[in-house]
Write a protein that binds this ligand. Structure first.
Ligand code: GLA
Length: 387
């Protein structure tokens, strides 16, 4: 529906049939805050997405209109000097245009109308969809070849400019996702493979706690990264070859108890164990053991709650409520933390009753209306409709 509205609007206002590009959001089955530690992640691109209707305007500017939250329009000059915007997406696009200009990519003027159905600040990576989709749109309109790997790096650099020192999981999931599959990524060498996640008799559902986060503004995300880097620096004093927590063991951490801050040790332990949970999840998915998959989800959640301390009381409540329902096999918060959605594995025969119990009990405990979405895994960024 959103896709038609956007291309129809473009046609009415710009008198051209646009090229329509879709950039999906992403979920993550397991592997949270491991990406910037050269660890393992298991995300997937989803059906909810941001649609970009675009066309070459033969001018020296990129004109962008959106209906994302409210009608807005910004005109960017191709030479790449802009003030800061009040609109959050304006600052992402400004950063991207500046990066492309600094790298001397030949980019052409473009008209762009975008909008979508990824709830913002909900752990579904609307910002990676925004950035990767916009860069991809520029490459298509300009006829400039930029590989998907390079698009991911540019989108990550834009996030860093905005203030979130994120890893590459979101960008890779959004760019390389494949319908029906989770995407296993080793962030140390960026090698990847696809894993089917359908478990017979079980369904994946997202529950939005409706607590929104703004990771780039809440510096808690970056603080977690600094804790991990502190530990790596300490280990490097003895083992110069170590470059990330990926090379650190629990035994190494035990040796650091006198020199490192206990909080940094606790955070690093979480990351090392989370990599292990990704391995277990891969194994259990391959075996089709839904109960074990559920266990990994719950363990992951409580580790994020007590060790990495990135959940909220509302997200903890959602997981706890699920633990008391026999149709919910497992659940966990997803994404950077401090708000957003949980991912839930639910017995299909008890799907409707489980969802309604979750929502009702959550409302009773928090006075907040949660929302749910059936999970549908779709392809990564692509042309959705030719012009
Ligand atoms: C955010 C970041 C990712 C990743 C996740 C947590 O989504 O953008 O790089 O660190 O948080 O797993």
């Amino acid at each position: 529906m959103v896709d038609h509205q956007i291309s129809d609007y473009f046609l009415r206002h710009y008198n051209t049939q646009p090229l329509l590009i879709k950039a999906p959001g992403r979920i993550n089955l397991i592997g949270e805050h491991t990406d910037y530690n050269e660890g393992l992640v298991l995300p997937a691109s989803i059906e909810k997405g941001i649609y970009f209707a675009v066309s070459n305007n033969h001018l020296d500017k990129i004109q962008v209109e959106t209906f994302l939250t409210q009608p807005e329009k910004i005109i960017f000059q191709l030479n790449g000097t802009h003030e800061n915007y009040t609109s959050f997406w304006g600052n992402y696009f400004k950063a991207i245009i500046e990066i492309l200009a600094a790298k001397n990519y030949p980019i052409k003027g473009m008209d762009c109308v975008f909008g979508g159905d990824i709830p913002i600040g909900s752990g579904l990576s609307s910002s990676a969809a925004l950035c990767c989709g916009f860069i991809y749109a520029i490459t298509r309109v300009s006829g400039t070849e930029i590989s998907r790997e390079e698009i991911a790096l540019i989108a990550q650099e834009a996030e860093h400019k905005i203030g979130l020192n994120c890893g590459l999981m979101d960008q890779y999931a959004v760019l390389f996702g494949k319908k029906g599959n989770a995407f296993f990524l080793d962030c140390k060498d960026l090698s990847h493979s696809y894993v089917p996640i359908n478990l017979k008799g079980y369904s994946w559902v997202l529950i939005n706690s409706n607590i929104k986060h703004n990771l780039a503004v809440d510096s808690e995300y970056n603080k977690r990264r600094i804790s991990c880097e502190n530990i790596v620096k300490e280990v490097q004093k003895q083992h110069t070859e170590v470059t990330s927590l990926r090379d650190v063991t629990i035994k190494d951490l035990d040796m650091l108890s006198v020199v490192s801050h206990p909080i940094d040790i606790k955070r690093a332990k979480y990351v090392i164990e989370e990599n292990e949970r990704v391995r277990r999840m891969m194994k259990e998915l391959a075996r089709g053991d839904a109960k074990e998959v559920g266990k990994v989800l719950n363990e992951g959640h409580w580790a994020m709650s007590t060790q990495y301390e990135i959940t909220t009381s509302e997200l903890d409540a959602l997981v706890k409520i699920g633990e008391g329902l026999n149709g919910v096999v497992g659940s966990r918060m997803m994404g950077g933390g401090f708000g957003g959605c949980t991912i839930n594995l639910i017995e299909t025969s008890k799907l409707e009753s489980s969802i309604s119990s979750l929502l009702q009990e959550y409302k009773k405990q928090t006075d907040i209306d949660a929302e749910y979405y059936h999970l549908s895994i779709d392809d990564g960024v692509n042309v959705y409709q030719q012009s």
